[in-house]
Design a protein around this ligand. Structure first.
Ligand code: ZN
Ligand code: ZN
Length: 276
C-alpha cells in the first residue's frame, strides 16, 4: 500500500531564506485536511487535522508559537462551504492533548462565531465529549454522517494533567495518534498508563481497520533508528508521517517488554521509546 502522496515542508538550512508558508495544507481527501506547521516558524512543526462532516468540522490542535492557524482554517472552511453549499457549518476546535505545541493558536478561536473551543484539561473534555469512565471508555463524536471515535491514551503527559486522546475516523480509517505514536521520540511520563493506552489502541485495531496512524510530529530520519537532534529546523531526509498497524505491533511488543518493570529507553526502526 503506497503512503500519503505529499512532500511535507521540512524547514531550511537557513530559515531566513525560507519561502515556506507558515502552514502547509494537504488535502488527504475532499473532507480531510492535514496541516503542517513550518519548521522555520517553530521547530516542533506539528501536524494539525481538519475533518468535515455534514453538520460540523473538527480541528484537532492549534499549533505551536505564532502560526496564523485560524486564517488558514477559515480559508479551507470557506472553500469547502462554497462547494458543499453548507453555510452554517459549526467548527469544533479540540486537542490531541494540552501540551504547549498543540494549543498555541487557541486564542485565535476563543469567542469566535460558529466556533466551539474545547478547552484543554480532563474535566473540560469529559464534559464536552461525554467521557464517563476515563481512560477506559472510548466515546463517539458525530460530525454529521461522519462518526469519530475518541480513545483515551494517557501516559505521554504528567499524570495530573493528562488529557490525551486519539481520534479514529471510520470514513478514512485514519487513527490520529497525537504524541503517543508517531515517527519520533515517544516521550512517556507515566509508563503504566502509556502501556495501557497502547493496549487500548491494539484492542481497537483488532475490531476496526486502521489504514494509517498519523501523529503530530516527525523526528525520525529515513534511516532506521536514527532521529534528528531535538530542536532541528531542517529535516531534508525525514521519515514519512504515516505509521502502519505493523509499527503499532512493534511498539506494543516493546512496551510489553520494557514497561512491565523498569522503564528503559528503546530505539526501534521507526520511533524511539523515551521514558522521561
Ligand atoms: Zn506532547
Ligand atoms: Zn507535541
Amino acid at each position: 500500500m503506497p503512503g500519503l502522496d505529499v512532500r511535507w515542508i521540512h524547514g531550511a538550512p537557513d530559515c531566513a531564506l525560507s519561502t515556506d508558508p507558515p502552514l502547509q495544507v494537504y488535502a488527504f481527501d475532499k473532507d480531510t485536511y492535514i496541516l503542517r506547521q513550518s519548521k522555520c516558524a517553530h521547530f516542533e512543526a506539528p501536524f494539525l487535522y481538519l475533518l468535515f462532516g455534514t453538520e460540523r468540522a473538527m480541528l484537532i490542535d492549534t499549533g505551536a508559537g505564532n502560526a496564523p492557524v485560524r486564517a488558514v482554517v477559515q480559508g479551507i472552511i470557506e472553500q469547502w462551504q462554497a462547494i458543499h453549499d453548507r453555510p452554517g457549518l459549526e467548527l469544533v476546535v479540540a486537542h490531541s492533548h494540552g501540551h504547549a505545541d498543540h494549543v498555541a493558536g487557541d486564542d485565535q478561536f476563543r469567542g469566535q462565531p460558529g466556533t466551539a473551543l474545547v478547552e484543554t484539561g480532563l474535566s473540560s473534555i469529559e464534559r464536552f465529549f461525554g467521557f464517563r469512565n476515563w481512560p477506559e471508555e472510548a466515546v463517539g463524536f458525530d460530525l454529521g454522517e461522519r462518526e469519530l471515535t475518541l480513545i483515551p491514551v494517557p501516559g505521554h503527559m504528567d499524570r495530573q494533567r493528562d488529557d490525551h486522546f486519539a481520534v479514529y475516523d471510520a470514513q478514512t480509517q485514519l487513527m490520529l495518534s497525537g504524541d503517543v505514536f508517531y515517527p519520533g521520540f515517544l516521550y512517556v511520563r507515566d509508563g503504566r498508563a502509556y502501556r495501557r493506552s497502547i493496549e487500548r489502541l491494539v484492542c481497537f485495531a483488532a475490531g476496526h481497520h486502521v489504514r494509517y496512524y498519523l501523529g503530530c510530529h516527525i523526528e525520525m530520519t529515513r534511516m532506521k533508528g536514527l532521529a534528528y537532534r531535538s530542536g532541528t529546523t531542517y529535516q531534508p531526509l525525514e521519515h514519512v508521517l504515516e505509521l502502519r498497524p505493523r509499527h503499532l505491533a512493534e511498539l506494543h511488543a516493546a512496551a510489553l517488554e520494557t514497561m512491565g518493570g523498569e522503564l528503559t529507553r528503546m530505539v526501534l526502526d521507526h520511533f524511539i521509546l523515551e521514558p522521561v
